[in-house]
Design a protein around this ligand. Structure first.
Ligand code: ADP
Ligand code: 5GP
Length: 208
């Protein structure tokens, strides 16, 4: 992968759509890809750790970092702020490794504008009722929060056509395979292989 700039893979879905589950499986299955840990003003859920799921920061620090333009993108989602750290992403891409972002639709739109070469994947739950039951079974959020997130989901799903790929998360194994396939296929686009291919081509001699 040397001399290659990494691939930026953006995964979006309504809350409970299955982003975290699919991303965890993707990271286990393939090498050369890192997850960009976002910054948020949301309070940690039980079991979440600063620097693992998120960097949990105060609103004051969030706005300071935003003013210093430390974020590649940021958005207010379900009443809290979330952002992607620009330098973290740039450093990984410059090393030739791929980066995975788990961000909302507003963030995905900003990334598309700033980095048109990014690959955007939308995860669609198989139905509204299944999404609701998965959010409730996950049991991480209060009922009021779940209702708020379900209400937002009806708007969020309309954005699916703006994405490069749409994975319907019904059967988990198939959905994981589709996400792995997207990543592997995007890695072998000729424009991303240019340096490797140039080195191979330079070894070819004319037969004239
Ligand atoms: P998100 O990160 O998008 O908010 P999660 O990955 O936390 O969503 O998934 C929400 C819940 O649904 C979790 O409890 C997860 O185990 C479950 N889940 C995700 N995908 C599937 C699937 N294909 N089939 C059944 N349950 C799933
Ligand atoms: P949660 O609070 O459930 O972890 O995440 C809520 C929403 O915020 C999800 O849709 C998630 O994708 C989104 N999100 C997480 N990190 C970021 C980020 O850095 N930027 C943006 N725009 N959204 C994020």
């Amino acid at each position: 992968m040397s001399n290659r700039r990494g691939l930026l893979l953006v995964v979006s879905a309504p809350s409970g759509g299955g982003k975290s589950t699919l991303i965890a499986r993707l990271l286990k299955q393939i090498d050369g890809i890192s997850f960009s840990i976002s910054y948020t003003t949301r309070k940690p859920r039980p079991g979440e750790m600063h620097g693992r799921e998120y960097f949990f920061i105060s609103e004051e620090d969030f706005h300071l970092m935003r003013k210093r333009e430390e974020f590649l993108e940021w958005a207010q989602v379900y009443g809290n702020y979330y952002a992607t750290h620009r330098n973290t992403v740039e450093t990984i891409l410059a090393r030739g490794e791929d980066v995975l972002l788990d961000i909302d639709v507003q963030g995905a739109r900003q990334v598309r504008r700033l980095m048109p070469d990014a690959v955007l994947v939308f995860i669609l739950p198989p139905s509204f009722d299944i999404l609701a039951s998965r959010l409730r079974q996950r049991a991480l959020d209060a009922e009021e929060t779940i209702r708020q997130r379900l209400k937002a989901a009806s708007e969020e799903v309309k954005a699916y056509a703006e994405f490069d790929y749409c994975i319907i998360n019904d059967d988990l194994e198939r959905a994981v395979q589709e996400l792995v396939s997207v990543t592997m296929a995007e890695r072998i686009r000729p424009r991303r292989l240019r340096n490797t291919v140039d080195a191979i081509l330079s070894g070819f001699r004319s037969c004239e």
